[in-house]
Design a protein around this ligand. Structure first.
Ligand code: NAD
Length: 476
């Protein structure tokens, strides 16, 4: 078991009170982390405020070089970082390596974007005036992140914040603080000035974030997590009129039309469902399969998921790790039981037997799912495929949109006209047409409706950390 320290204002900080980090595969304590309270959070804010002006005044290439150096160090330590991630979060080692690569891509992308923060000149209405649009960093920012992507959800925020010239305080999930602290040590080694980045973790997130939300000097928060907590933070942000971005829950439809390449659709369905054991915000949750191909698609997907191997993600050949905690398993069990009690048929999985230790739940397939079952309208966050059928395009678009969420939607078809129609009509921020893995650093990730506000990644991501102002210059 390892003891970790918090990273506050460029110093590594101990505390007598600690909390345990649990390996969800073995239920063992793998580390102890100082349990931060409001006092530590205040120190992090003070440190950020102290250095904000100086950091904002650095030239873009200097900030870019630090991001690139951090990316290089992360790449060199991929193995170590991936192992820590698997230990604290559970995802299989290969997936954890993939996430480290994805996390690095945001640092590299925003290192480039730092150099492309362009303004405008606007023709004025008077001969003796000129108008210039300037972009300036918003100031001190804070990131509040979930456990399901312990590295990527952090670099997706640190990357644009630092690139824009903002300081940032990160409050990672108390379930996975280790990856965040490792990333902080990498930035320290990359030469990031003290105070620009702090990582503060503790078991009372509401108490910790209160400091951030009430402080007028914290000008922006970027939150990734559940819709309920997002709503709470949005209300709290009103008092100081902070800028906000929210990446919240999802309930992605996965639609398969009869003209789809069925084998491709099955492969992508397995990816879109099973990545991170189904614990991703973009996880396919509702599978709408055209009735002409329902049987064939279901058989092929069942075969595919049946071949997946459940176990400790550190072991060779494991493709499905444990869920994050017992309450996650309970939620999945509840959704499956609810569906069965309302008439769904269990084709695969559905039983936890054989797993005495670890928060495991096997790949599960339910057929004959209907709209009144919980699994059709609530985020399951687990390895369960819920299969519904449809007859017409209009019907399925209506069903897919009938949700408060609007993050990702997937569909498989070879009809180009239909691809455009659905891309326009589906009310989601991310559309995967014949693509079950659309996330990438150069595309604007984010949702509509109750899935959030703002975009991360892409050329739009850095705008979330920049204020627009203009200079009206007279007397020319
Ligand atoms: P969560 O909302 O419980 O926690 C997210 C973060 O908020 C954690 O750091 C947590 O400590 C903190 N938090 C919890 N309660 C708080 C409170 N009362 N006040 C302030 N902070 C609080 O979410 P989670 O269980 O960690 O993550 C799963 C959720 O995140 C899912 O709904 C998933 O869809 C969503 N998610 C969304 C995206 C996206 O990009 N849209 C990405 C990953 C996860």
């Amino acid at each position: 078991m390892k003891k970790y320290q918090l990273f506050i204002g460029g110093e590594w900080v101990d505390k007598k009170e600690t909390f345990d980090v649990i390996n969800p595969a073995t239920e063992e304590i793998i580390a102890q982390v100082p349990n931060a309270a409001q006092e530590e959070m205040r120190l992090a804010v003070e440190a950020a405020v102290r250095v904000q002006t100086e950091w904002a005044d650095t030239v873009a290439s200097e900030r870019a070089n630090i991001l690139l150096e951090a990316a290089k160090l992360m790449r060199a330590r991929t193995e170590e970082l991936a192992r820590i991630m698997t230990l604290e979060e559970g995802k299989p080692l290969d997936e954890a390596r993939g996430e480290i690569g994805y996390a690095i891509s945001f640092l590299e992308w925003f290192a480039e974007e730092a150099k492309r923060v362009y303004g405008d000149t606007i023709p004025s209405n008077s001969k003796d005036k000129r108008i210039f649009v300037l972009k300036r960093p918003v100031g001190v920012t804070a990131a509040i992140t979930p456990w399901n992507f312990p590295a990527a959800m952090i670099t997706r925020k640190i990357g644009p914040a630092l690139a824009a010239g903002c300081t940032m305080i990160v409050k990672p999930s108390e379930l996975t603080p280790l990856s965040a602290l490792k990333i902080a040590s990498i930035f320290e080694e990359a030469g990031l000035p003290k105070g620009v980045l702090s990582v503060v973790s503790g078991t009372d997130p509401a108490e910790l974030t209160q400091v951030l939300m009430e402080d007028t000097r914290v000008r922006k928060i970027s939150f990734t997590g559940s819709t309920n907590v997002g709503k709470l933070l949005m209300r709290q942000a009103a008092d100081t009129m902070k800028r906000v971005s929210f990446e919240l829950g999802g309930h992605a439809p996965f639609i398969v039309f009869p003209d789809a390449d069925l084998d491709e659709a099955v492969s992508h369905a397995a990816l879109a469902k099973m990545r991170g054991m189904g614990e991703t915000c973009v996880a396919a949750n509702r599978f709408y399969v055209h009735q002409d191909i329902l049987q064939e698609f279901t058989e092929k997907l069942t075969e595919r998921l049946h071949a997946m191997k459940v176990g400790n993600g550190l072991e060779e050949g494991i493709t499905v790790g444990p869920l994050i905690e017992p309450s996650a398993v309970q939620k999945v069990e509840e959704h499956v039981q609810d569906a069965i009690s309302k008439g769904a048929k269990l084709l695969l999985g559905g039983e936890r037997e054989g797993f005495e230790t670890g928060f495991y739940y096997p790949p599960t397939i339910l057929e004959g799912v209907t709209e009144e079952m919980k699994i059709s309208y609530e985020e399951t966050f687990g390895p369960v495929v819920a299969i519904l059928s449809f007859e017409t395009e209009d019907e399925v678009v209506h069903k897919a949109n009938d949700t408060r969420y609007g993050l990702a939607a997937y569909f498989f078809t070879r009809d180009v006209g239909r691809i455009f129609r659905l891309a326009e009509r589906l009310e989601f921020g991310i559309i995967g047409a014949n693509d079950g893995m659309p996330s990438t650093a150069q595309a604007p990730f984010g949702g509509v409706k109750e899935s959030g506000l703002g975009r991360e990644g892409s050329k739009y991501g850095i705008e979330e950390y920049l204020d627009i102002k203009y200079l009206s210059l007279g007397g020319i």
